[in-house]
Design a protein around this ligand. Structure first.
Ligand SMILES: [Zn+2]
Length: 258
């Protein structure tokens, strides 16, 4: 208890003093909502299936029906999960003015649903899909409706092309949000890395753009040695406590009892 409390206070102080802070989140933030992590030993999704076989751009092009059979219901199930205390704490940090923006590797939309506003989804999201031929955009529900009605792969109502979700698949180039995140991080003083093992490039390069880094993760990351502070544990436990400390700090700073 003593050491983690000390580290929490140290981290909260770094956040309070930083002129420009961003957060970078990975799968670890969403596991507490029930979404499987990709790389955890034993339970990580990619330990059970081969991503190159089921979720790559070439898999989609080679056999779109198999691609949808392998992925669609899992993706649609993300809609039934709820944001957890880590998502809400990050939204609260932004609301309090401590966070300039949030960069996420997650495609589950949970940060937006928790109230975060400036969000860069560098691996895309599952709210919409688009036609591979004419680029027309549709809600992801349209692909699911067709799939469940026996139309696989789901097709564009305009030209008959195959629909694909607006996520960054293995072998895809990074999207606009990644470029946006790199540009926005130009003035970044402090980066909170939350629930990311920092093993997937180019996202794992983003801490290089910050002057200081705080790591909040269950497992060690390649950045731990260079971080100003490392908090080992669940983001859903750690972040709300950090927000509480910052809230108190703000109350003191303004001299208010309110
Ligand atoms: Zn089309």
């Amino acid at each position: 208890m003593g050491e983690i409390q000390h580290l929490l206070e140290q981290a909260a102080q770094l956040v309070a003093q930083s002129p420009c802070t961003f957060a970078l989140t990975g799968a670890g933030v969403s596991t507490e909502s029930g979404i499987p992590d990709y790389r955890s030993a034993g339970t990580g999704l990619w330990q059970q299936v081969d991503p190159m076989r089921i979720s790559s751009a070439s898999a989609l092009h080679r056999d779109p029906a198999a691609f949808y059979r392998a992925n669609l219901e899992r993706w649609m199930s993300y809609r039934d999960v709820e944001p957890n205390p880590a998502h809400y704490a990050l939204a609260r940090l932004e609301e309090l003015g401590y966070l300039a923006g949030l960069i996420t590797q997650n495609v589950d939309s949970l940060h937006r649903r928790a109230g975060s506003r400036r969000v860069w989804e560098v691996h895309g999201h599952l709210r919409t899909c688009h036609c591979l031929r004419c680029a027309a955009s549709y809600p992801m529900e349209e692909a699911a409706r067709q799939f469940r009605g026996g139309i696989n792969p789901p097709l564009c109502g305009r030209c008959g092309g195959v629909l694909r979700p607006d996520v960054v698949l293995f072998e895809d180039p990074m999207g606009r949000d990644y470029q946006g995140a790199v540009a926005a991080m130009g003035g970044c003083h402090l980066l909170l890395v939350v629930g990311s093992s920092l093993q997937v490039y180019p996202v794992a390069f983003l801490p290089e753009l910050a002057r200081q880094v705080i790591i909040i993760n269950r497992d060690p990351t390649p950045w731990d040695d260079r971080a100003a502070c490392v908090l080992r544990g669940n983001a859903g436990d750690i972040l709300p406590r950090m927000v509480e400390l910052l809230d108190r700090e703000r109350g003191r700073a303004s001299g208010g009892e309110v």
